[in-house]
Ligand binder design. Sequence first.
Ligand SMILES: Nc1nc2c(ncn2[C@@H]2O[C@H](COP(=O)(O)OP(=O)(O)OP(=O)(O)O)[C@@H](O)[C@H]2O)c(=O)[nH]1
Ligand SMILES: [Mg+2]
Length: 599
Amino acid sequence: MHVPDTRAAVGELAADLGWLEDHCRAQPGLAAHAGSLRLASALTRNVIGPFLEDQPARPLHVAVVGGAGAGKSTVVNFLCGSVVAEANPQAGYTRHPTAFLPAGGATLPGTIGFLGPMRRVSEEKPANLDEDVYQVRRLQPTSAADPLGEFVVWDCPDMTTWASTGYVARLMEVAALADVVVYVASDERYNDEVPTQFLHLAVKAGKAVVCVLTKMRESDAPAMVEHFQQEVLGRLPPLPSGSIPAVPVVPFPQMPPAVRNDPAGAGAKYRVQLLNQILVQCESADAARKRTVSNAARYLATAGDGLLDVARRDLAEFDAWKGAVRVGRLDFEDRYRKEYLSGEQFRRFDRYREQLVELVELPGAGRMWGNVLWVLRAPYRWGRDTLTRLVVRPDTLNLSEKTVLDAALVGWLDGLRAEALRRTGSHPVWKAVAHGFDGRLTAEVRDRFQQAFRTFELKETDDLEATGRQLVSKLEGNPGLLYLLRGGKLTADIVVVGAVVVFTWVPSWYHILLIPLGVSATHQTAELAARGATEAARLKVRSHREELVQTTLTAPLAEWLAQWPATGGTAFEKLQQVLARVPLLIRQLEEKVTAKMTT
Ligand SMILES: Nc1nc2c(ncn2[C@@H]2O[C@H](COP(=O)(O)OP(=O)(O)OP(=O)(O)O)[C@@H](O)[C@H]2O)c(=O)[nH]1
Ligand SMILES: [Mg+2]
């Protein structure tokens, strides 16, 4: 595999993870996993990419996140020191991220792929504009020194359900970028499942997190903080480094509007507490950014495997489907062998056997001799035919080849359909197949089968005729052998007649009877030899036929059926590629990050 340069590696990894994210989004129940994949691709684009491309550590980024209506926009105002973000009683009001840049000259990184598909809007828009955009607003300079002078503060959309594609993706872009995540939870919904899962994800990704608990009564604050620490933070996953995360909790109790709307004045008490917690985590911009970058790389390296689980499972299910198709194919072939081939006599071959026996007879003038013997053998022929009728059972009625093949196809398809229905709940591949059987799949398979059968029919007739003709023409084309056989038979007949005459001299009428018996015996020997040759050819035709069924009918059909789930836009080939490439790219980028950290 080629080693892409840094920018290409970042681009490829982000694109692969993005493709996997879309792949997961198309499957119900995988929305949360799609969210983690988005975080991973955003970490690649927004953190690792800019770092490897020598973007400066400043400004640092603080992302304010949490459930709907938790008080995020209010917390943003406290961080910025004035009412800049739109707080709104309508929960879920903020729909796209807004960056509040410090009054100085700090700007956002300009690397390709920064914040993914989100467009920057230049003019001011209401916070409830529900589009893949982000706004950038610069704070007004104030006379007081700005404690967050090196930080961009991001007001984010809420985290209430993994299923809302737009919100979650936008939130993940900013959360990935952040050096510090401020997680806001209100007293009535501090334990909500989805925001809590998001909090876990941020911690796993190695983000520095500060929690803000809002809206409780001031007197309840200490108990509430303790409760939150136990119930929510107590269950946090360990950090990528393996250590237990230390997450500070800052209470933001209910405040009258006068306090809430004056963060730098009447609300300063709360503001300072929160700023301190953030600043404590970011002693220097360089160190903070390095931590963000190396944690991101470590997270990708450790979580990469888990991120690919879905892809692996999809491929495994796809393989299981292919396996079911293969088993069905073997059953089909087995059935054909047992129900048709083993009982089939290929009666056409009898004609060639007769031709063989005929060939050994003398041609031309010798014909007279042959005719005489034919007459002499008349009693033997009658006797043999009568005996054959008595002894040999009539052919059991063999089903026609088409009937057997059609029934085997029905069996194959029924089996696959039953398997798909049985497993339909376990994976979308099976559901798609079950759906296919409800729709056009069966008809499509039958059409293909009929087409293939026509080719098969032509080839099988050709093969039968060719093998039969070969049987006769081999002997015809070998005059030496032919004359040897004819001569041999003639000699045997003459010897038999001569022997009877000599040994019974003077023969009486009943001795003469031995002559037809003798020449019948030589003829029977010739017939047995011809029968042996024909049987060998019959066996050959049988094995050819078996091969022909496989090459023209079952193999192409199995191939088509096996690939069928991959033709509906679900690119299993791409899945395979992604599975192989992502771990390599992650390792490469991790090595590059480590190398750059140590220089
Ligand atoms: N009573 C009281 N209300 C608060 C407090 N903090 C925020 N609010 C109100 O709660 C509502 C939601 O606050 P926001 O800051 O807009 O919350 P958000 O998390 O940004 O909400 P969305 O963007 O809609 O998800 C607003 O009406 C705020 O005025 C508080 O301490 N006490
Ligand atoms: Mg808001």
